[in-house]
Design a binder for this molecule. Structure first.
Ligand SMILES: NC(=O)C1=CN([C@@H]2O[C@H](COP(=O)(O)OP(=O)(O)OC[C@H]3O[C@@H](n4cnc5c(N)ncnc54)[C@H](O)[C@@H]3O)[C@@H](O)[C@H]2O)C=CC1
Ligand SMILES: O=C(O)CCC(=O)C(=O)O
Length: 527
């Protein structure tokens, strides 16, 4: 097996390279390239490991014909076009905890830097001015800290601030009252936070809901003398309004680690009294960088080598222990989905995936994703387990998952049913010896078959002589039959024939088969 090839395109702790190599991947570390250079290079890689500098745009993804996974050594993934990655079937992973403490500490550091004007005091002291009377600061003890975003980093900031004897109020629509109590913070609405906070710190991702959350209008609602820290993302604050607030004296101080446009080599905010900044250093400690480098390399190598999925933003998780157990199930699920997809001409508003027996003990999400991938691959060859659930949603396909723990006729079973204009149709399969996918039922008829390679599906009236006739037709057409699988609803009733053949079946042969007496449906299948 050829080794998966990974490109590390941003500066990353060398532990990442070591882990990739130890886990069976080839690695290139090529940083600082232009988007055009990355586009020219990316086609040869299975994995791309990044921090925040590399922009994984649709253009990069379009050129990434072999890419299977993008790994972000860090939290924010706003530099990755996730919808485009999902549409292309590329898994996007991050390392959601590795740099949280470090970033929270940076926010606290910036809060103190604002409270005591440390950067300017340092600069003037080193310039020989000894400005002892020019820097009257404020205490943080007893002050109110307004937390916008109370997730991983926000909650660490809150715990540190409580240790500093601050009062913490938090605005986060997803914060439950119980969690707020557990964190020791008061849950408030945004206006409440703006009107009460002496310090405000932002810890949300940049989304359509959070963009410009500190707009000119909201900044005007803040307490006079407020100090604002942003270690989350540029774009959360209206930078022009922030400058106006600092200039007017309404805002006493602002500390930005992140900017709307990065790298921020020039900004109207530079030089504004009360303004301090760092060049996106929130995650820049030795500890955090080792953490995220190790984590991203472990996760990506696990995915590329074993199929394990951890911390993916566009795919259900799948542990390295689960992956080998799930592998034959996913193969079965994909074949059943594909069978239904190939045999269904009508539009399908609903697909149901029913697991029974041993299959119910496994993580159902990858099984569903595999069914959907098989089902929709008939419509588009680029569908895979990553993009299939998104495509299904886009196309308004309702997906139902049902589990029946007790065993039926088989120790384990997956049934895929679709709702069509003609009614509900379903196929079911099991695993022989726990590893070999087998179809066991098709549209209510018991038929046992391996779904593999080129196949022919025939529905006919169960009558003497038919098998001879179809055998003769295929023989005369130079098509060798591999396996022959028959099932029937009842003697003399409708019968199903599934043949595996050694070569593709031409339209001409299908037409001749269709004209054989008693034949209702003929279709070529491929798996
Ligand atoms: N400066 C730096 O170097 C770093 C910056 N970051 C940034 O920090 C952000 C936060 O990271 P984590 O705390 O780990 O993420 P998280 O996902 O644990 O927390 C984000 C919180 O924001 C909340 N939220 C979402 N929409 C909101 C809204 N409209 N209003 C208020 N709250 C909202 C969520 O409910 C969640 O609790 C990341 O998205 C990333 O952009 C992260 C690491 C380093
Ligand atoms: O990699 C970095 O230095 C930035 C970290 C960051 O912004 C994040 O993890 O969201």
């Amino acid at each position: 097996m050829t080794k998966p090839k990974v490109l590390i395109s941003d500066k990353m702790d060398p532990n990442a390279t070591r882990i990739f190599q130890e886990r069976g991947c080839d690695v290139d570390v090529i940083t600082g390239e232009t988007p055009e250079e990355l586009i020219a290079r990316i086609g040869q890689y299975d994995g791309l490991a990044i921090r925040s500098s590399t922009k994984v745009t649709k253009a990069v993804l379009d050129a990434a014909t072999n890419l299977k996974v993008v790994g972000r050594a860090g939290i924010g993934v706003d530099n990755v076009d996730i919808p485009a990655a999902s549409a292309q079937g590329v898994v996007v992973m991050n390392t959601p905890f590795g740099n949280s403490i470090t970033t929270a500490e940076h926010a606290i550091a910036l809060m103190f830097a604002l409270a005591r004007q440390l950067p300017e005091a340092n600069a003037q002291t080193q310039a020989g001015l000894w400005p002892k009377n020019g820097f009257m600061g404020v205490e943080v003890t007893g002050k109110t800290l307004g937390l916008i975003g109370a997730g991983n980093i926000g909650s660490i900031v809150a715990s540190r601030a409580l240790g500093l004897k601050m009062k913490v109020v938090a605005f986060d629509p997803f914060l439950t009252p119980e969690r707020a109590v557990e964190m020791g913070v008061e849950k408030v609405d945004l206006d409440g936070l703006l009107s009460r906070a002496d310090f405000i710190t932002l810890h949300t991702p940049l989304t359509d809901q959070t963009r410009n959350i500190l707009s000119a209008e909201n900044l005007a609602k803040t307490k006079k003398g407020v100090r604002i820290v942003n270690c989350a993302r540029g774009g959360l604050i209206d930078e022009a309004a922030l400058k106006a607030g600092l200039d007017s004296g309404h805002i006493a101080g602002a500390a930005l680690d992140v900017f709307q446009t990065e790298p921020a080599k020039d900004s109207p905010l530079f030089g504004t009294p009360g303004f301090i900044c760092t060049p996106h250093l929130g995650a820049s400690t030795t500890e955090a960088q080792v953490n995220v480098a190790l984590q991203v390399a472990e996760q990506m190598a696990d995915f590329l080598v074993n199929g394990g999925v951890t911390n993916a933003l566009n795919m259900p998780s799948l542990s390295a222990e689960e992956a080998p157990k799930l592998k034959p199930y996913m193969a079965l699920a994909e074949k059943l989905g594909s069978l239904v997809g190939q045999l269904t001409r009508d539009s399908v508003p609903r697909i149901s995936i029913h697991t029974e027996g041993a299959a119910t003990e496994l993580n159902g999400k990858p099984i569903t994703a595999a069914v959907l991938a098989g089902f929709m691959r008939v419509q588009s060859a680029t569908v895979n387990m990553v993009n299939a659930p998104f495509l299904a949603k886009d196309r308004g396909l309702e997906v139902r998952e049902v589990k029946t723990e007790r065993e039926g006729d088989y120790h384990t079973l997956i049934r895929v049913s679709v709702k069509t204009e003609a009614g509900e149709r379903s196929v079911a399969g099991t695993l022989f010896n726990n590893v070999e996918p087998r179809l066991v039922e098709m549209f209510g008829i018991k038929v046992e078959a391996e779904l593999t390679g080129h196949m022919m599906y025939i529905v006919n009236e169960d009558a003497p002589g038919f098998i001879g006739r179809i055998g003769t037709l295929l023989g005369e057409s130079g098509i060798n039959i591999g396996t022959f699988n028959l099932g029937r609803r009842n003697a003399g009733g409708e019968a199903v024939l599934l043949l595996s053949v050694d070569s593709p079946v031409s339209a001409e042969v299908l037409e001749k088969a269709q004209r054989l007496p008693g034949v209702k449906t003929v279709k070529a299948l491929s798996f």
